[in-house]
Design a protein around this ligand. Structure first.
Ligand SMILES: [Zn+2]
Length: 537
């Protein structure tokens, strides 16, 4: 029968436990001198060796021939505990036995002396899961335990354990195991198991395991089928992005190439990769880029083995640390939401849209525009261009034949300009309320990337039998205007409008001029608020 690596290689004595020497040394000293506590509390994150050490301790206190505080694992007591035939060592999972009755059973058993070994040992795993009543019942036992009993409580969430329990236990804090220690152990085990694990592969698993040896060994298990387990093989079998793909995705974000970023997410999705892992990897990459950018001295030992310092330097060129921090905020936000998102792909795509449009948005915010204005004033560049505007009444006329693809305001460019006052007084035409409905119904029948972009950055007007779709960026306009997306959208829009409509898509450069006028007015107004002297040309 196949045995999982983490079971097969679970340490049998304290000497084999890695990364927790501060604990194993103390326990061995206590065992050698016989100064043992009657209750221990092991706390720390998952996979750090709490249960393993509890089991070793249970054998060590009962071993007939202990060696330097370690159990011999050969005497009848050790063997009996290992194969489960000694009933005096009891393991209880508090996650499923958390009631008062479960603890009362323990209290009843505590009264009787052990039948085959020296000490009865109760290992209570996930002890924080006990109910309040169960904790109270346990407390009574911990207050006056018989000489022949030892309790070992283990928890990942120490803050949920009542102070009254804590004060009656000797507490040991298990640390996350360092990536180096995990990688070293993985190499040793791989050699014994005849797995061709490379150093880079071991380092990547170690980093991904986040200090948990058990997780690291489970990952090694999943990659063991590969001929050579290097970092690419690890990425592939664990369903995470390879380092090249992560770099490509970051490059797309850096250059605000939304289409490339969305395509990269699409590829990861179709390859069956975990998109929340992709977000995590982006975060890791940005952390490494920040480290390379801001740290003095050699940090190559602190960055992920998946990248070289050269790659990170090149990728970080032209990106300010503040920008990278802003990127990481967006990614952290996505990481928090993506696990519970009903559609992870959409969530990941939205995240890419936010990343790619971040630079533009920062500039687009009013303060950004005022800053730009100040910059222009300093350099003596005219801030307001003469705007050619059309009278409001002319806008509603049908477009001239032969030029149907141009939006109405562009078709009227040749006409004499009306005075500025009437143009700026013209209200923006109302959004067509049917548009959100169209997008909702389009879900599943048009490209997901196009739909996401449209949901984020488009609005529409219904005008004279045409639906005019205004997109805030060229990518959205390009996606929406492509066949068959535009045909599908036209059909749905016709159904929603109740009559046949034609759909027209406009990018940001095709904004109506009345719109530009409104923006410059807004800037002028804001400039006055900030006491900036503006000269109109
Ligand atoms: Zn023994």
């Amino acid at each position: 029968m196949y045995q999982a690596l983490y079971r097969k290689w679970r340490p049998l004595c304290f000497a084999d436990v890695i990364g927790q020497q501060h604990i194993t040394d103390t326990l061995r000293a206590q065992l050698s001198t016989g100064r043992l506590s009657h209750a221990y509390l092991f706390t720390g994150t998952r996979g750090t060796g709490k249960t393993t050490c509890a089991k070793i301790l249970a054998r060590a206190v009962n071993c007939e021939h202990p060696v330097n505080g370690d159990p011999c694992n050969e005497c009848p007591s050790c063997r009996g505990i290992l194969d489960g035939s000694v009933l005096d060592v009891v393991e209880i999972d508090a996650a499923s036995n958390n009631g008062v009755d479960n603890v009362r059973e323990i209290r009843d058993e505590v009264r009787y002396a052990p039948s085959s070994v020296r000490k009865k040992v109760f290992i209570i795993d996930e002890v924080h899961m006990l109910s309040a009543g169960a904790f109270n019942a346990l407390l009574k036992t911990l207050e006056e335990p018989p000489e022949h009993v030892m309790f070992i409580l283990a928890t990942t969430e120490i803050h949920k354990v009542p102070a009254t329990i804590l004060s009656r236990c000797q507490r040991f804090d298990f640390r996350r195991i360092t990536p180096d220690a995990i990688a070293k152990r993985l190499m040793e085990i791989a050699a014994q198991e005849q797995i061709a694990l490379t150093e880079n592969g071991a380092k990547l698993i170690a980093r991904l395991s986040d200090g948990a040896m058990r997780d690291a060994l489970s990952m090694l298990d999943r990659t063991a089928g590969c001929e050579v387990v290097d970092d690419e093989a690890v990425s592939k079998s664990l369903g995470i992005l390879g380092s090249t793909d992560t770099l490509a995705l970051m490059e797309a974000v850096k250059t605000a190439d939304l289409a490339a970023a969305i395509a990269e997410i699409g590829r990861a999705y179709e390859a069956g990769r975990d998109l929340s892992g992709v977000i995590d990897q982006m975060l890791g990459l940005i952390r490494d880029m920040l480290l390379i950018k801001t740290a003095h001295g050699d940090v190559s030992a602190m960055i992920s083995p998946a990248y070289t310092a050269e790659q990170l330097k090149r990728l970080g060129e032209g990106l300010a640390p503040a920008t990278l921090i802003a990127y990481s905020r967006i990614l952290q936000d996505a990481a928090a939401h993506i696990k519970s998102a009903s559609n992870r792909r959409v969530e990941a795509e939205l995240c890419m849209i936010r990343l790619c449009t971040m630079g533009a948005q920062a500039y687009d915010s009013l303060s950004g525009r005022v800053e730009a204005l100040e910059e222009k004033i300093k350099n003596g560049i005219p801030v307001v261009q003469k705007v050619v505007s059309a009278a409001a009444s002319d806008n509603d006329g049908p477009p001239p034949p032969g030029d149907e693809d141009a939006p109405p305001w562009l078709q009227e460019e040749g006409q004499p300009a009306a005075n500025d006052a009437s143009a700026s007084a013209e209200p923006q035409r109302a959004d067509w309320p049917g548009w959100p409905q169209v997008l909702e119904q389009a879900s599943g029948s048009i490209n997901m990337g196009a739909l996401t972009c449209l949901q984020i950055s488009s609005r529409a007007e219904l005008d004279n039998g045409q639906v005019l779709v205004f997109c805030e960026d060229d990518v959205t306009a390009g996606l929406a205007g492509a066949h068959p997306t535009i045909d599908r959208l036209s059909e749905i829009a016709s159904a929603v409008a109740g009559h046949a409509v034609r759909l027209k898509v406009f990018g940001p450069d095709q904004q109506p001029q009345r719109h530009k006028q409104a923006v410059s007015d807004e800037i002028l107004e804001k400039a006055k608020e900030f006491d900036i002297q503006v000269t109109e040309f």
